[in-house]
Design a protein around this ligand. Structure first.
Ligand code: PEP
Ligand code: MN
Length: 256
């Protein structure tokens, strides 16, 4: 969409903040990641937070910031839809709709996005098996929308050293079971900025069709997921190194 490809010979590169925090912020990060090779912008306007007292996202104002960043960069934007009641609103602004891990089995929501003519990123539920995940994709496909992108974002295990446990094997397993493109989110999979690059590298080497990375200009003050967010400069350096891995896989990395 908008000239950007998912699947085929490209490793799509989704980058941007966890939450859209404002216009200047979204434009600033958007311009930076675009110039460093991102092929899609990400940013949450509706945030699924564990605590109801945590920042819940800017809602429509956040969507407007994303739209402005799209105009400024020319890149398509991906953002999360949490509630079927917001589908028209989010659909007006988003090029790609994200269904978050917590909603992977919100079947009503899946049915609704299945009626859209818009790509959907379906994140893996935090304790979902691969078959359950693929059945959720069926809920979307069976309504007519075949533009589905699966996103491995780590699953819950006994391990506490990382936020989640990244299931790299899910990538080749999905490739053997399905024709759908598979991307990986090493930010949510690890919860730690220092671990984002190694897992992004592993995902590309395992055959991922894309990676999604959280980037923030000042992770210490981020309103959500600061500890796992890369500074724009770190993102630039990572892209430089990941490029070689994409090339080894016979692919190009985003617009890098
Ligand atoms: C996100 O992408 O910001 C997010 C909330 O991800 P997940 O649904 O994978 O936790
Ligand atoms: Mn996040």
């Amino acid at each position: 969409m908008r000239g950007q490809q998912i699947g085929g010979g490209t490793v799509a590169l989704f980058a941007g903040p966890c939450s859209v925090e404002g216009r200047e912020m979204m434009l600033g990060i958007g311009e930076k990641v675009a110039s460093f090779g991102a092929s899609f912008l990400r940013g949450g306007a509706f945030k699924p937070r564990t605590s109801p007292y945590a920042f819940q996202g800017l809602g429509e104002e956040g969507l407007r910031c994303l739209a402005e960043a799209r105009e400024a960069t020319g890149l398509p934007v991906a953002t999360e839809l949490m509630d079927p009641r917001d589908i028209d609103l989010v659909g007006r602004y988003a090029d790609v709709i994200q269904i978050g891990a917590r909603n992977m089995q919100n079947f009503r929501l899946l049915t609704e996005v299945g009626r859209l003519d818009k790509p959907v990123i379906l994140k893996r539920g935090m304790s979902a098996t691969i078959v359950e995940w693929l059945m959720s994709a069926e809920y979307i496909a069976s309504e007519g929308n075949r533009q589905i992108i699966l996103c491995e974002r780590g699953v819950r295990t006994f391990e506490t050293a990382t936020r989640n446990t990244f299931d790299v094997s899910a990538i080749p397993v999905l490739k053997s079971l399905s024709h759908l493109p598979v991307i990986a989110d090493p930010s949510h999979a690890t919860g730690k900025m220092s671990l984002v690059e190694p897992l992004a590298a592993a995902a590309i080497a395992a055959g991922a069709d894309g990676v999604m990375v959280e980037v923030h200009h000042d992770p210490e003050t981020a309103l959500s997921d600061g500890p796992q967010s890369l500074r724009p400069e770190a993102f630039r350096e990572m892209v430089g190194r990941l490029k070689g891995i994409a090339v080894a896989m016979g692919k190009k990395l985003g617009n890098a």
